[in-house]
Every structure is written in C-alpha cells, then in structure tokens.
Design a protein around this ligand. Structure first.
Ligand SMILES: NC(=O)c1ccc[n+]([C@@H]2O[C@H](COP(=O)([O-])OP(=O)(O)OC[C@H]3O[C@@H](n4cnc5c(N)ncnc54)[C@H](O)[C@@H]3O)[C@@H](O)[C@H]2O)c1
Ligand SMILES: O=C(O)C(=O)C[C@]1(C(=O)O)C=C[C@@H](O)C=C1
Length: 381
C-alpha cells in the first residue's frame, strides 16, 4: 500500500461527482486516478480497478450503490484487505454496511452540496462516517483537510435520521410547491406574472424549487425512497398540512387560535429566542442580498490577480472617475468563475463608467465580464 501517494479508484467516474473527484485528486492532491463507469469508462474491469488502486471511492447512483458495492466485494475476494474504501452516497446506513462486508477500511462520506464549480468543498458541510479506520487515518486526515469542507462526524444511522429532515423534508416541500405552482399559477398570470409580486420568502423558496427541478431527478427520487426515515417524516408533514387545511376550512375563531398554538407558538418556544433572532436576521440579510442582485445597473469584473491590493485597484478606477457604487459583492458566474459584482447608482454617468471600464481592461486590473443597465455600447473590452 502506498499510504503517502495512494492511487485512487472511482466507481462512477463519469458522473458529476466522479468527474469532480477526479479533478480534485489529480489537481489538488497530485494523485493518480483510475475509474470505471458503464457509461464511457470500461477499459478496466471491476477486478482490474481494485487491483490498480489503494483507495476506492463509490460515486454511483444512490439506488444502485449497495448492489454495486456488493459486486465489488465479491470481485475483490480479499485483495482489498489493506485498502481504504469510501462512498459519497446521500444515504449512509446501507452503503456503509455493504462496504463493511469487505475487509477494507471503510469511511462513508456525504458532501452537502452538488459537485461545486470550485476546486474544493470550501464553505460546504461534509458528513464523515468513520466506520473502520486504522492505518489509513493519517492520509485520510490529509484528504479531509485538502477538501476544505466543514466536516461533521456522525454514525451512519444518525446521518440518515438527520437527512430525513435536512434533505427529505426540504426536497418534499419544494417538490410539492412545484406541483402547486404548476396547477395554480396559470390562473394568475403564470410564474412570470407572479414574479413582480415576490416576497423575499417566495424568492428564496422559488430558488430552491427551481434548483431541485433543474438537477438530476434520480437524486431527489432516491433520497425519498431509499432513506427509511423519510416516510415517517412525510407522515408528520402530511398531518400538519392536513390539520392546517381543516382549521382553515372550519374558519372558526377557535381554529385560528389552534393554528397559532400548534403551528406558531409551540414551535417558537422550541426554536428559542436566540435562534429566532438569528434566523430572522439571516432572512433580512438574504433579502438585502437579493435586492442587490436584482439591481438592473451593475458591472461584473473578473480579477485575474489573486493578491492583496487588486480589489483596491479596481475600486480606485471608479473613484478616480466619480462613479458611485451602490453595492459590491464577490460572486460567481454560472460557470463558477470568481467575480466582483458592483451595483451602480441610478445617476451613474455612462461616459465615466465607460472610461472606468476601459481603464480596468487597459491597466490589466481585471476583465469586465458583464455590464448591464447603463449604455456603454462604445466600449469594446
Ligand atoms: N449531485 C449531488 O447533489 C450529490 C451531492 C452529494 C452526494 N451525491 C452522491 O454522489 C453519488 C453520485 O451522484 P452524481 O450526482 O455524480 O450522479 P450521476 O448520475 O451524475 O453519476 C453517477 C455515475 O455512476 C455511473 N454508474 C451507474 N451504475 C454504475 C455501476 N454499476 N458502476 C459504476 N458506475 C455506475 C453512471 O453511469 C454515472 O456516470 C450519488 O450516490 C449521490 O447520492 C450527489
Ligand atoms: O444542489 C445542491 O447544491 C444541493 O445541495 C443538492 C443536495 C441537496 O439538495 O441537499 C442534494 C443531494 C445531495 O445529497 C446533497 C445536496
């Protein structure tokens, strides 16, 4: 076993996380990566893949993963004894138990986001279920540090119970919102007709719903069906929505009182004052952020030089020309490129802005990626 520079095997190497992990291990950790995937990477047989690697990672679809792992356990037949096997499945009990049937050391992982466009998992949580870890521990610690994820340790059962709430409940309620919108929105102008009426809450929920609908449907299907703690959660959800419907239908003052007690007062006490205040403030801050991002006058600039002072140089290009900025956010393009997005005040002078944009390009401060809401058509960055 090469504990210092292990060879990595990816089962499901052509999928969205498989491709991200390959790049991560090669570019961030300098490791050699081998893969197998029925859609496009079949040079190595299962057995040949196991023989070629020190660390094997399962990143296959949720529903298929337990059977895929069992298949690899059978093919390995003991040669995996000194290896480390891991998986990144959104469910943990069954895949981890399947890996434990091998003789390898075993860790279950669950990154709490889709494969990011960034090279690491910085700022995202990752659940770590250390099931059988011994000689691989030092390398494993290095690996976790390299991911830059906010790691939280749990056993597999605790993970699945918590995910019924963090994922099962959030996905279920938003899939239901999608279905209700599909049924009721057409009568009130459709989604475009509703948009100008948005509250912050609607905008946030609508973003979650659209994210789910835009993503791989198998993930959302499998999380509902494969996590055994989801069904009891759905029952509670149905009880509360059903009860609310009954209360509203009855329309009595006592029903109003019951709504307040059951769905507001009791939960308010449960959440506690401090968490309520923090959540309420987070909502307000997201509201300001959404307002800034909705601002129709803005420019987005990519700063190629990641070094102290480059933001100051950018800002001084505006300052020197008297261009007033309403907001500034570091953000990412849809392709994952780090950008500074600056909201421009309503009285922004187009000539001064054009001049600032030319200076940003000419002086090598940055690249203007987008300019909107002010006519700067004569600029040719
Ligand atoms: N996408 C997310 O948001 C996300 C987040 C965290 C964890 N995960 C987990 O990562 C895993 C992969 O998700 P993804 O988004 O990359 O899915 P994906 O569908 O993009 O990729 C899965 C890959 O597995 C391959 N595959 C199918 N059967 C296989 C087999 N028998 N052997 C080897 N490969 C096989 C498929 O061809 C596909 O390329 C899932 O278990 C999922 O729960 C996904
Ligand atoms: O789309 C995203 O970025 C997600 O966070 C996807 C999401 C989720 O919605 O919980 C979906 C499945 C994975 O197990 C982890 C995260």
């Amino acid at each position: 076993m090469n504990y210092a520079k292990p060879r990595i095997g990816l089962v499901g190497s052509q999928g969205s996380y498989g491709r991200w992990l390959r790049h991560f291990f090669e570019a961030r950790m300098g490791l050699e990566v081998f893969g197998r995937d029925p859609s496009g990477e079949t040079v190595l047989s299962e057995r040949a893949l196991i023989e070629a690697v020190d660390v094997l990672i399962f990143c296959a679809p949720i529903r298929q993963t337990p059977a895929v792992i069992q298949h690899y356990v059978k093919h390995a037949a003991g040669i995996e004894r000194k290896q480390l096997w891991m998986d990144i499945t959104s469910i943990k009990v069954v895949p981890v138990a399947a890996m434990l049937a091998s003789q390898a050391q075993v860790v279950g992982l669950h990154p709490m986001s889709a494969a990011p466009k960034s090279p690491t998992l910085r700022g995202r949580a990752m659940v770590v279920c250390q099931a059988r870890l011994d000689t691989w521990r030092p390398w494993f610690e290095q690996f976790l540090a390299a991911t830059e994820a906010d790691c939280v340790h749990a056993d597999a059962d605790q993970h699945d119970r918590i995910m019924a709430l963090v994922q099962g409940m959030v996905h279920a309620t938003h899939m239901a919102q999608g279905a209700v919108l599909r049924e009721l929105a057409p009568a009130v102008g459709g989604l475009e007709g509703i948009r100008p009426f948005s509250s912050v809450g609607y905008e946030l929920d609508s973003a979650v719903t659209r994210r789910i609908l835009a993503s791989n449907p198998a993930i959302y299907q499998d999380i509902q069906f494969e996590n055994p703690y989801v069904e009891p959660m759905l029952e509670r959800l149905a009880v509360h929505v059903g009860a609310l419907c009954e209360l509203v239908r009855s329309g009595h003052d006592t029903a109003r009182q019951q709504l307040r007690e059951k769905l507001l007062d009791k939960s308010r006490v449960y959440v506690g004052e401090q968490a309520l205040a923090e959540g309420s403030y987070a909502f307000e801050r997201l509201g300001y952020l959404l307002a800034d991002l909705r601002e129709p006058r803005y420019i987005s600039v990519f700063l190629p030089l990641d070094r102290p002072g480059s933001l100051r140089a950018l800002l001084s290009a505006f300052e020197q020309r008297g261009v007033n900025l309403d907001s500034i956010h570091s953000s990412r393009s849809a392709e994952g490129e780090l950008l500074f997005r600056m909201g421009l005040s309503r009285d922004c002078d187009a000539d001064a802005l054009r001049d600032a944009m030319l200076a940003i390009e000419r002086d090598g401060i940055g690249r203007v990626v987008e300019a909107a809401g002010v006519d700067v058509s004569s600029v040719n960055p």
